[in-house]
Design a protein around this ligand. Structure first.
Ligand SMILES: *Cc1c(COP(=O)(O)O)cnc(C)c1O
Length: 408
């Protein structure tokens, strides 16, 4: 600690050194353990954001350190000119635990979606012809920051001034069954949807909406792609959110929590669909690298242990109840939505547009939460957060809210 302390980097240095595409908070974490982080200037925070739903097992989980360091002493990178043991083991695990029969590995959520969308285009083009190329997506959705994925995403602010944008993409209102049934047709090659919108405000899909999308895709031989980059890997209380619905997608993208903090993404699909990406049609240098795959395999082993997901559901219910109680007492939140340990507290009328202010007040009180747009404070703590840390974090939030509401 002392050494990092004396060399304490200041967050303000960011603007002298970095492309200013982020707006970092005023603290610089240097160490983490479980749901706690310590900053360069010696402060301690309870992390209820989990690195934006990435640190699924908290910071520096001993078993993940072991998986990473064991692999680090064996083999780091071999390229996709060969396969490797950790990649095969991870693919086997993902296929055993989900609908999938084939996996494609990459390094991020955007890349997993990019692969899904390219696969859908190729599948439709080869099976039906070039005319069947339209991708249907929904307002407020978020699918990543590549040019294709910001174009498909339903938040225009992320694609503005980056044009010309790829074409053949159509946006519909989320949870609007009639609009989806009217728009999905013979020209549709894929429908991409988050079963629980994360960045767009922790907004759950209606089960009937997802079922209607499934039926419309079946009618028109369009692929149904579930973007589970944020909702996956145990986050909502099942391994993937689709498992709590009646709907099985054709393609699923996963990343964020998959590596527990190590960058890795995957696109999962069936053998029949996967056959449309034969050798040479798609790839990425680092995808499926042994380090990422070894860590992700260990993450999945832990999350699929008996009772683990039940624990996520229990902690999710406890956290939701505590947030609802705070909503009732402080008048800052109007309600709580989401599922499992992906929860959003929606700001009440006088606090509309001020989620960032609430998050900063929490940070000052030693609890680190996220926003999901200007009106929602988002929570995505480690799935294994212990009772004491969770209660401590919630108590700090409670005191931050007290301060805010008494100052208002
Ligand atoms: C974060 C996110 C992405 C993008 O993932 P990156 O790893 O940042 O590229 C895509 N889809 C959803 C639903 C996400 O939450």
């Amino acid at each position: 600690m002392n050494q990092t302390h004396s060399a304490a980097p200041s967050a303000a240095r960011y603007f002298d050194l970095m492309v200013p595409n982020y707006a970092p908070a005023d603290f610089v974490p240097v160490r983490g353990e479980g749901a706690r982080v310590w900053t360069a200037d010696g402060r301690e925070l309870i992390d209820l954001g989990g690195g934006i739903a990435v640190n699924s097992l908290g910071h520096c989980h001993p078993e993940l350190i072991a998986a990473l360091t064991e692999q680090a002493g064996m083999l780091w990178h071999v390229s996709n000119v060969v396969t490797n043991v950790p990649a095969l083991a991870l693919a086997e695990k993902l296929c055993a635990e989900t609908f999938a029969e084939r996996a494609f590995f990459c390094n991020s959520g955007a890349e997993a979606n990019e692969a899904a969308l390219k696969l859908a285009r190729r599948y439709a083009s080869l099976k039906h012809g070039e005319h069947k190329h339209e991708i249907v997506s929904f307002s407020n959705s978020f699918h990543g920051r590549t040019l294709f994925t910001v174009s498909v995403g339903g938040q225009p602010k992320y694609s503005e001034h980056f044009g010309p944008l790829p074409g053949g993409i159509r946006h519909l209102p989320y949870n609007d069954i009639a609009a989806a049934e009217a728009a999905i047709g013979p020209q549709t090659c894929a429908v991409i949807v988050e079963p629980l919108q994360g960045e767009g405000g922790v907004m759950p899909a209606d089960p009937a909406f997802l079922a209607a999308l499934r039926a419309a895709c079946d009618r028109h031989d369009a692929l149904l792609v579930f973007d589970e980059v944020q909702s996956g890997v145990g986050r909502t209380g099942s391994l993937y959110a689709y498992m709590q619905t009646e709907v099985t997608p054709d393609v699923l993208s996963t990343a964020k929590g998959l590596g527990g903090g190590f960058p890795i993404g995957a696109m999962l699909t069936t053998a029949e669909i996967a056959a449309y990406l034969p050798a040479g049609t798609h790839g990425t240098t680092f995808g499926g690298n042994p380090l990422g795959c070894a860590v992700a395999k260990r993450v999945l082993d832990i999350i699929t242990e008996p009772d683990f997901l039940h624990g996520v559901q229990q902690r999710g219910l406890a956290m939701r109840a505590a947030l609802q109680d705070m909503a009732a007492r402080h008048g800052i939140f109007a309600g709580v939505r989401g599922s499992g340990l992906l929860l959003g507290a929606v700001t009440a009328e006088p606090w509309r547009g001020r989620a960032g202010e609430i998050v900063r007040a929490g940070q000052a009180a030693g609890v680190w939460c996220l926003v999901a747009g200007p009106d929602v404070v988002r929570f995505a703590p480690p799935l294994n957060i212990d009772e004491a840390e969770l209660q401590d974090g919630l108590a700090r939030l409670d005191s931050a809210l007290s301060k805010l509401s008494s100052a208002a």
